[in-house]
Design a protein around this ligand. Sequence first.
Ligand SMILES: Cc1ncc(COP(=O)(O)O)c(C=O)c1O
Ligand SMILES: N[C@@H](CCOP(=O)(O)O)C(=O)O
Length: 553
Amino acid sequence: MSNGVATNGTESQDQTHTPCQRYLSTRGEDGGHSFEYVVLKGLAADGGLYIPQEVPVVPESVWQSWKDLSYTDLAYNIISLFVSPSEIPAEDLKDIINRSYATFRTPEVTPLVHLQDSIHLLELFHGPTFAFKDVALQFLGNLFEYFLVRKNQGKEGRDRYHLTVVGATSGDTGSAAIYGLRGKKDVSVFMLHPKGRVSPIQELQMTTVLDANVHNLAITGNFDHCQDILKSLFADPEINATHKLGAVNSINWARILAQTVYYFYSYFSLARQSESFNIGDKVRFVVPSGNFGDILAGYFAFRMGLPVDKLVIATNENDSLDRFWKTGCYTKKPVSGSKAEGGLPEDGAKAHEDGVKETMSPAMDVLVSSNFERLLWYLAYEFASSAGMDDEWNKKQAGQEVSSWLTDLKVKDGFGPVYKDVLESARRNFESERVTDQETLDTIKSLYQEVGYVLDPHTAVGVEAARRSVKRAGADIPHISLSTAHPAKFSGAVNLALQDQPEFDFEAKVLPQEFVGLDQKEKRVQDVANDWTAVREVIREQVEEELKALDSA
Ligand SMILES: Cc1ncc(COP(=O)(O)O)c(C=O)c1O
Ligand SMILES: N[C@@H](CCOP(=O)(O)O)C(=O)O
């Protein structure tokens, strides 16, 4: 490969694509696809998620030359490893990347700030909607546009390829996707959120966007229900054929790819900022987790060779991930009779019958983390590889194993315990922490008192997990804790934590100008039952209306 970057597998016979630029499904029944295909498709035909056939390994000699690059140049170097220039020529890819990050409020895009002791905060909220999702969704919006312009050259009216993007959100993906796609030609966006279970600002950010191609659907249910509806739609061959569904959730590979960049960037930022930290030294990343997309991007950075000591998963009281790392079982609800059933004594969040708790960090109120499937594939692949068979057999085995776990999850609400070796392999690279609502509030308060920094509740979950991790790992290992949203998006939790602090003033200290007056704006949102066929009907009607309006324009 170019750039001195090697793949960790066999070279492909394909003259235009390296094996890192071809994609296969985690369920093993769908593969050999191009980047454009997987980005437009979102979910694989067999229900799995796309991953690259091989992950490129970046040697240390190459990192040295990457250390001082701007965010956009680094992004190009990383992303281009996974996209063949025969699909997106270098100059076009650079242009897409530059435009995607020109909308951020700081040229650093994702600045790293020192928080306290060995803990650094990676601020990911400097994009248009003040959440980490902007990093990937500005890029994905521009990618969609690029592919659609090319597909639709010389085509008119109903012959044009019209993409119907369907997304599920617990608050932040929704607005970031809407801001990435509003007003774009040949795209309709349907964003499903759990009615009444997102923060007031998050809801306003979505529902005050009135572009004709944007449709907000409030579903009577929780985020997992919204995600189930999404998966049922993608599994329906008819609506896929007639409406060409596209995904903006982190099931879309482009989301993960774009997020991988900031793991490298923050590592290099640390090396630039700290005299005692050298390229090659290890670091821990701590990631507030829900759907497992953000931390999975860190796992890809690790597989590419970034010296990661551990990736620390931080969950709120919706702790299916944390329970997996502790027990090897992945279940929506704690196993009957266990200590955690119905909540630990110190838990503060209200539990619903469906098992999901309404916490102070609502964007992480997720029990079925869609990207966990991608990690499961790698765990199953490593396990299969120990049998000494060829790579094709290992991949096939991994796909079968993942399919069987995911079938159990769907049918029996859980799977496991997984084999001991699989769990050990998960524990080699990851640790996990569960943080309660009370601990979240305490962390917001103590960081404000100690260093004057106002954390959002999701970031606070991460910082509390980072503090625990420092106790285990020692102060010599730097911790980069991901700050996933701006505190102004979660005024309820922030005010609750800081209301008794002298001179704390939310409006003056936290609220950005962009949020002032949002509640006075006109809103558009449609209530829909928790039923995928009802959502399908809404999609059919609304897309038809949009296309008719275009016909007569
Ligand atoms: C603010 C915030 N923090 C953390 C998360 C969890 O990230 P992930 O779903 O990628 O695990 C989300 C939602 O995705 C979020 O919106
Ligand atoms: N927390 C997310 C849930 C969707 O996650 P995604 O990363 O898969 O889009 C949100 O804020 O919507």
